[in-house]
Structures are given as structure tokens and as C-alpha cells.
Design a protein around this ligand. Structure first.
Ligand code: ASP
Length: 299
């Protein structure tokens, strides 16, 4: 594999290989000196055109724990502010001969667009509402660690599916690992044709009790050009996941950042069925394994 643009770049064996390696990197992250020399002397560029806390910090830490030299560029404060095009920015940064460019952008397809402009391996860290493959990998890793396997698991993805790149990558990854996926939310936030990715779709939470895992999505207000729901209050009333809607034994996930009190109640976030903290923790080990797979394993 030369690039990671979509979860479809990986088959089940490829996902399992990356997650097995992530297990050994999780062990490195538990040591006092959290470093291995795998990428010593190599350069990783993190190019973020959209805001990020977890993804950018974990890609940075992952590259540093593999001993790479890391350059972090945020659109604000860079020459992008001065009107430099994406192509010129990528070609300029490629002059440093990076082994990998990690890119996040508000536009679907950006990671794929960049590939011909650089010799570096390109990793999609989220492109508009298209895909976020490393989020899917860390979510599968988190569930596999907790439950052993995703085979036969019933996973419900609830909320703003229309604007969610996480939903697209996770439907593919969860399904590919043997889980049965259902997406639920207001009809205006369920994109037409989502079933083609392999998920059932429903506007009702009536059968939510059937889920083993409830994966809640953030309301992506920054991507909404018009009103998709009457009011946020009504959304919370009908779709918020809280302890009244969860049954005992269900696990709760969310990619973050959470709108506390909107798609998820505060008590649910902080409850002991929440895997949100484990998801964040998994991000570093899984991204180390992605770098390792792309930069050290022959394609
Ligand atoms: N952090 C995730 C993403 O970048 C989820 C979200 O923003 O809601 O897609």
C-alpha cells in the first residue's frame, strides 16, 4: 500500500495487520521512554486546512514516537493565508523530501488530489464529508480490544450521517470486520443511497435496544448550508443519546469533539460504558502502525 486515502484501500487482512502492529505500539506508549527508531532520519509533514485537536496531536505524537522529524502546518498562519494554492503548498513542502504527508481538508477528494504532486505517501486525515480512514481504524482497534472481535456485532451509528466522513469510513470498516451496521437519525441527515455502503438506515430509535454498540456522531453545523432540523432542542429531544435511551450492556462511542448536551448527554459521556477516552488513546498507536505500514513495509 502506497497511500491511505480511503478505508477501501485496505482489505480485512490489511486492517488486521495494522491493528496487530498497533497492539505492539500501544505497548511502546505504555513505557516511560515512548520511542522506537523505525522512522529515524525521515520526515513527516502534517498539513491541516481544517481545525483538529485529536487527529493532529495524535499524528504528531505518532510520528515523533517513531523518531521521525515532524513539520506541522496549519492553514491559519501559513502562506495559505497569502493565497498560496494547495498544489504550490504541497510542491513546496515536498522539496524537504518528506516520507509522508498527512492532510486534512474541508473538501472531499483533497487527499487523492495531492498524490500526483508529491513523492510522499499521502494519508487522508479527513477530507470534507468523504472519509476519515484512520478514525475508522482506531475505532475498530478500540472495539477489538474491548470485545475481542467485531464479528456478528450490532453497531448503530446515530446522528448527522449526511455530513460525517467518520460515518462513511466506519460503515465500511465495521462491515468489513463482520459487524452489522445500522445508521439512524432525522431523515434529512440520512443521505440517500447510504445502504449501498452496507448499512441499514432508519429514522427511528425504537429498536436502539438491539445495538451492542451505539456510535454517536457530532452535529456538523459547520457543514450545514441550510436548516436540516427544526431546532437543536427538538433534535436533542428526539435523538440525544442519554442514559434513558441506553440499555445496560451497550457500549457508547463518539469520535469527538462532542457537543455535550446536544447529541450526547453529559452523564452518558462520563459513564463507564463510554469508550470515548479509549478511542482517543488508541489514536496514537494506530497512527504509528499506519506510518509503519506505509513507510517501512514494501508495497
Ligand atoms: N473529529 C471527527 C472528524 O474530524 C469527527 C467530528 O469532527 O465530528 O471528522
Amino acid at each position: 500500500m502506497s497511500h491511505l486515502l480511503s478505508i477501501e484501500d485496505l482489505d480485512r487482512a490489511g486492517i488486521e495487520r495494522i491493528l496487530d502492529r498497533a497492539e505492539s505500539f500501544a505497548e511502546v506508549s505504555g513505557r516511560e521512554i515512548k520511542k522506537v527508531p523505525a522512522l529515524r532520519g525521515r520526515t513527516v509533514v502534517n498539513l491541516f486546512y481544517e481545525s483538529s485537536t485529536r487527529t493532529s496531536s495524535s499524528f504528531e505524537l505518532a510520528a515523533k514516537r517513531l523518531s521521525a522529524d515532524v513539520v506541522n502546518i496549519r492553514a491559519a498562519g501559513s502562506a495559505v493565508d497569502k493565497g498560496e494554492s494547495l498544489r504550490d503548498t504541497v510542491q513546496t513542502l515536498s522539496a524537504y523530501d518528506p516520507a509522508a504527508i498527512v492532510i486534512r481538508s474541508p473538501h472531499a477528494g483533497t487527499a487523492a488530489l495531492v498524490v500526483p504532486w508529491t513523492d510522499a505517501a499521502v494519508i487522508n486525515a479527513g477530507d470534507g464529508k468523504h472519509e476519515h480512514p484512520t478514525q475508522a481504524l482506531l475505532d475498530v482497534f478500540t472495539l477489538r480490544r474491548r470485545l475481542g472481535s467485531l464479528e456478528g456485532l450490532n453497531i448503530w451509528i446515530v446522528g448527522d450521517v449526511t455530513h460525517s466522513r467518520v460515518a462513511r469510513s466506519n460503515i465500511l470498516a465495521f462491515g468489513g470486520m463482520g459487524a452489522k451496521v445500522t445508521v439512524a437519525g432525522p431523515p434529512t441527515l440520512l443521505p440517500r443511497g447510504i445502504e449501498q455502503l452496507g448499512a441499514a438506515a432508519t429514522p427511528s430509535l425504537e429498536r436502539l435496544h438491539e445495538a451492542d454498540v451505539v456510535y454517536v456522531l457530532r452535529m456538523q453545523q459547520e457543514r450545514m448550508e441550510s436548516a436540516y432540523i427544526p431546532t437543536l432542542r427538538e433534535y436533542a429531544q428526539r435523538y440525544q443519546i442519554n442514559s434513558a435511551r441506553l440499555r445496560p450492556g451497550q457500549l457508547l462511542m463518539h469520535p469527538g469533539p462532542v457537543n455535550r448536551g446536544l447529541e450526547l448527554s453529559g452523564e452518558a459521556i462520563d459513564s463507564d460504558v463510554s469508550l470515548i477516552g479509549s478511542q482517543v488513546q488508541a489514536g496514537v498507536a494506530v497512527r504509528m502502525a499506519v506510518f509503519y505500514e506505509l513507510l517501512t513495509v514494501p508495497a
